[in-house]
Design a protein around this ligand. Structure first.
Ligand code: DNO
Length: 413
């Protein structure tokens, strides 16, 4: 029998995920030159300095693109091109913001940036109640404690309907815990939920916790009377308006799932389950209508079957966020190590590689490790919640190694 030809380590006949990294621009404490050393190919970023709703000019896009190119990397994915709240709750001003959105898309398309991650979560992007949850090994991770979250809704925001929207046992625990909390504990919770987790995306500017709560309640009030069905109509309206531009430039709009994918704060939420996502593709079938497959967000929905979802939606996936979660009792969860927790990462990576091969191998799916634990020197450097250097670098090494091993085992010698 003839010996198999030697296979160069990276000769994976195109069966590769593109290694990308979320970078927050010039103010990021992690520089592009450091990111390059980690072996990253593509950058995931946004023009964070441009206020939500305004047009992204070509000049500003090119500036960021060039600064990335200097390090021999490319701007692979926009995360996020934020959708203005007026579009989400459907105010009279929405058409103006949709026009601006279309212009930004056109400009991005002209610059050759074709993968756009966005979300349609009203008021609040992602939710965590604790940013320094200690794991037994001394590292820290992000935590969503359901009792704390209900307490925030019920006793801090004082939303009257909240009492009836959560299980009675959790409501009782939340009320009891609230009585034991110091002002400092309460302020910390407000800071975490409203300011710190949102601040680096599209945050609320508030000088103190009371003001943050007032602004937040005003935003929540905009959704009075808007249910899931209305929010779906607003999403459809938005997508139908932007799809012609997206198609023209071969842009893939990749909606990000709700994080966590549960009902919160009495708000409508429409991107949490298989059926939710199916609705989006059934109602807007354009090939430019795509999905960010975020294994972390989706896995926090205990009913979600990620193996079925990744197979079923494979052709719509143009960007992947890889991370895992560990469920606890009563709806709480923490962000587990990337190869642990409830996500079968081997299965997720294998499914993505098979999809890349089905597309002919030339269109790689960009993947970034989503979040990372805080460990080692991460404790000495400031970073956005969930985005430390060492923790993410470790996760990227693990995922990349696993991905190469899977690809090699899939290649027939
Ligand atoms: C936080 C993230 C979110 C997410 C955006 C996508 O780390 O999961 O900021 O990237 O919602 O639009």
């Amino acid at each position: 029998m003839a010996a198999s030809p030697p296979l160069a380590e990276y000769n994976l006949t195109g069966m590769k995920l593109e290694k990308t990294w979320r970078w927050f621009g010039k103010n990021d404490t992690i520089s592009l030159s450091q990111i390059k050393q980690i072996g990253i190919e593509g950058i995931v970023t946004a023009l964070h300095h441009i206020p939500n709703g305004e047009v992204w000019p070509v000049k500003a896009i090119k500036k960021t693109q060039n600064s990335i190119a200097k390090y021999d990397m490319k701007w692979s994915v926009v995360e996020s091109l934020p959708v203005h709240e007026c579009i989400k709750f459907g105010s009279v001003e929405r058409d103006k913001f949709i026009e601006n959105y279309k212009k930004s898309l056109m400009h991005l398309g002209e610059c050759g940036i074709k993968i756009i991650c966005y979300n349609f979560m009203p008021v609040i992007d992602w939710i965590r109640t604790e940013l320094h949850y200690k794991l037994p090994d001394g590292s820290e991770t992000l935590y969503f404690n359901f009792v704390d979250f209900v307490l925030f809704d019920l006793c801090i925001l004082k939303r009257s309907a909240a009492k009836h929207e959560y299980p009675k046992t959790i409501v009782r625990k939340a009320q009891a815990k609230f009585l034991t909390m110091s002002d400092n504990d309460k302020n910390q919770l407000i800071n975490t939920i409203i300011i710190k987790t949102q601040g680096f995306i599209d945050g609320i500017n508030a000088d103190n916790p009371e003001e943050a709560v007032t602004i937040f309640n005003t935003l929540l009030a905009k959704y009075n009377g808007i249910d899931d069905s209305q929010l779906r109509k607003n999403l459809k309206y938005f997508l139908e308006a932007i799809m012609p531009i997206a198609e023209k430039y071969d842009i893939k709009m990749c909606i990000h799932p709700d994080d966590p994918p549960i009902k919160v704060l009495g708000l409508p939420r429409i991107v949490g389950s298989h059926a939710d996502i199916q609705w989006i593709f059934d109602n807007v079938p354009s090939p430019s209508n795509g999905l960010t497959f975020c294994t972390g967000s989706l896995s926090a929905g205990v009913k979600n079957d990620l193996k079925t979802m990744i197979k079923h939606f494979a052709s719509r996936i143009h960007f992947a966020h890889l991370r895992s979660t560990q469920q606890e009792k009563e709806g709480s969860f923490f962000e587990a190590e990337h190869l642990k927790g409830s996500v079968d990462m081997h299965h997720m990576i294998k499914s993505l590689l098979i999809e890349i091969e089905r597309r002919g191998g030339s269109t790689k799916i960009p993947m970034r490790v989503d979040h990372g634990r805080r460990l080692l020197f991460d404790f000495n450097i400031d970073h956005n919640p969930g985005y430390p250097l060492i923790g993410r670098m470790k996760a990227m090494a693990e995922i990349n190694g696993m991905s190469i091993a899977i690809a090699r085992s899939l290649i027939t010698f």
